[in-house]
Design a protein around this ligand. Structure first.
Ligand code: 6PG
Length: 614
């Protein structure tokens, strides 16, 4: 594919576009890391970037993870950086002597470089037993200040902390790891200047296939019809070659590129994978003099691909035009050239437009509840029209509770009857009380009475949460099946609703995600059902994973009773990571529709990056 122009991609620019990048730190460790980060901040702060990184780096979560033995060096690096750039410092130390995860809070101050003042910062030091990664990951996520840049310095051996690294990768705007572990951060994500995610590629496979001509040739051969179809059916893939590392990289490339789920990869060198259709395959490698790949399936002759690979070559440096050219070429397989170049161009242009796009929530504050209902209804109609125009359907999950009812009645008015494409809407519910659908507490009944019984919906496209099953858990499983069947998504994809409507309780719950429920974005389910201790009742609810996968989330709140929790949610901090504060659409947008009373605790200036309409 002809590439208009191979740009030298500037890793700092990628951060400006909101991309997630990995910078290899040489074996020297913290010195290079500090230089890299300080260089980033100084360039961002001194006008070399008019883009969102200036805003995003005005305050950041600086997360430094390392071994307890390295504490002095890591602490010195973190202090050096934090004393120049306001940060919340999270210093997490793997401590073999620690019996449990502990956290201490301290503050440090240091004269600023000109001596004219003092910069102070808080530091939270966590010590964790090396096998407590999961809890550490949760603690770190909870300690982060939401919606600002997160810089992670991962000075732990990545081969022993892959699970933690995989989790952190999702949060990091900039992840600095050891040089030979770039593959551990498989995603390169690019947003365009409007903040829409435009290109994504698996770093691992791009890195592997773009490091030398032979591997580029292997990748091309595996995309040819005979090999591509056998990859989908093979029950055994054997890779032979003189170098175990290269073979592992090739097998890693295959199951990453094919998006297969690794079931088990025992040290014996056999990787068992499951494809999206449930079929399984064993990937294994053997040491041999020459490189060959054998794909075998029960009902077809094995296919052998061989080529003499020159073996591992150094990973291309960011400023190696040949390597960048290869990577751009490989990435184009995933993302059409114009999309990728737009995204890379946006990163390169550091356009003003991106500066305004912080992916902060957008706030619409209305003078009273009637105006709130009217504006939320107008936004609903707008999103419905956009979705149907874009992909022929509008899939929405309705909220329960009292607040949205006025909006639903508004939508039932004549002005929307002709405007909204009612027959192209799939209706879902964000949550449901465990009562029959004719019960006065039913969210289904409320939506029917306020809206659905008054407009020409396609009844076959109304998907209520069943409350006639043996248990809420069974109802949740059935609801998940309805979602999967409708989207036809492969097991690991999260369906993207066009719109999910939410309310918020004074305790910070949203949908039926209440405090104390063991639910968070890493939970793989789409729906959850069960007993909710906080309200001593059974509920069924969509999960954070599904909610945060939506293209748009509209969160409605009205009345002075909600002012406190709205403020705590829009200014999240690590004590108040209640459910509503953890609604952060991964690729979509979060929009708040408030009346003036509910917005009393929010300062308009803090949300200029979004849209503030009074
Ligand atoms: C429910 C809702 C719930 C609701 C909040 C706010 O089923 O009750 O899903 O999350 O949105 O409790 O309720 P109000 O809008 O009535 O304040």
């Amino acid at each position: 594919m002809a590439i208009a122009e191979a740009r030298i991609i500037d890793p700092f620019a990628l951060l400006d576009s909101g991309g997630t990048i990995a910078l290899g730190a040489d074996a020297g460790g913290t010195e290079r890391i500090e230089r890299t980060l300080t260089g980033l901040w100084s360039r961002a702060m001194h006008g070399e970037s008019d883009c969102q990184s200036v805003y995003r780096l005005s305050l950041s979560n600086l997360m430094v993870l390392g071994q307890a033995g390295d504490e002095p060096a890591l602490d010195a690096m973190a202090s050096s950086i934090a004393s120049q750039h306001p940060s919340r410092v999270l210093l997490a130390l793997a401590d073999p002597g620690a019996r449990e995860l502990t956290a201490t809070l301290s503050a440090s101050c240091r004269k600023n470089p000109t001596g004219s003042g003092v910069i102070c910062w808080e530091k939270i030091t966590l010590r964790f037993p090396p096998d407590e990664e999961e809890r550490l990951g949760s603690a770190l996520r909870a300690l982060m200040i939401g919606r600002i840049a997160t810089i992670v310095v991962f000075a732990l051996p990545t081969d022993r902390h892959r699970a933690l690294l995989r989790r952190i990768r999702r949060w990091a705007d900039l992840l600095v790891t050891q040089s030979d572990e770039l593959g551990a951060v498989p995603d390169l994500l690019f947003w365009d200047s409007n903040g829409n995610r435009k290109a994504r590629c698996h770093w691992l496979d791009r890195r592997w296939e773009s490091t030398n001509d032979v591997r580029t040739g292997w990748a091309a051969r595996l995309r040819e019809p005979d090999a591509a179809s056998l990859l989908e059916q093979a029950d055994s893939i054997v890779c032979a070659g003189p170098d175990a590392t290269t073979i592992r990289l090739l097998l890693g490339w295959i199951h990453t590129r094919m998006s297969w789920n690794v079931i088990s990869s025992p040290d014996s060198g056999v990787v068992r994978i499951r494809r999206h259709d449930g079929s399984r395959c064993r990937l294994r490698f053997e040491i041999a003099d020459t490189f060959s790949l054998t794909l075998s399936a029960t009902d077809s002759p094995p296919l052998v691909i061989d080529a003499t690979d020159t073996g591992p070559t150094a990973v291309g440096a960011w400023d190696d035009p040949v390597w960048v050219d290869r990577m751009l070429g490989a990435i184009h397989e995933d993302a059409p050239a114009e999309v990728f170049l737009t995204a890379a161009g946006a990163a390169y242009r550091l356009s003003e437009a991106a500066a305004g796009h912080l992916r902060l929530p957008r706030l619409t504050v209305s003078p009273d509840s009637d105006a709130l209902a009217a504006r939320a209804a107008a936004r609903f109609a707008e999103l419905a029209e956009e979705a149907v125009a874009a992909h022929g359907v509008f899939r929405v999950a309705l909220a329960g509770g009292r607040t949205p009812e006025a909006m639903y009645r508004e939508l039932a008015q004549p002005e929307y009857r002709a405007r909204i494409p009612w027959d192209k809407i799939d209706w879902f519910w964000g949550d449901e009380r465990w009562v029959p659908h004719h019960h006065s507490d039913s969210n289904y009944l409320m939506a029917r009475q306020a809206l659905l019984d008054h407009v020409p919906v396609d009844q076959s496209r109304v998907h209520s949460i069943p409350t006639d099953r043996n248990s809420p858990a069974e109802a949740a499983e059935d609801y998940e099946l309805v979602i999967r069947q409708l989207w036809g998504e492969r097991v690991w994809h999260t369906p993207a609703f066009d719109l999910i409507l939410l309310g918020i309780g004074e305790d910070g719950h949203t949908a039926s995600w209440f405090l104390g429920l063991e639910l968070d974005s890493s939970d793989y389910r789409f729906a959850w059902g069960g007993y909710v201790p906080a309200i001593d009742a059974n509920r069924v609810t969509l999960t954070p994973r599904l909610i945060n996968g939506a293209r748009h989330v509209l969160l409605l709140a009205e009345g002075s009773r909600k002012a406190g929790i709205v403020a705590q949610t829009l200014y999240p901090n690590w004590e108040h990571r209640h459910p509503a504060a953890r609604i952060e659409p991964r690729e979509g947008y979060l929009e708040w529709y408030l009346d003036r009373d509910a917005a009393a605790g929010v300062d308009e200036r803090d949300f200029a990056g979004g849209r503030w309409t009074r």
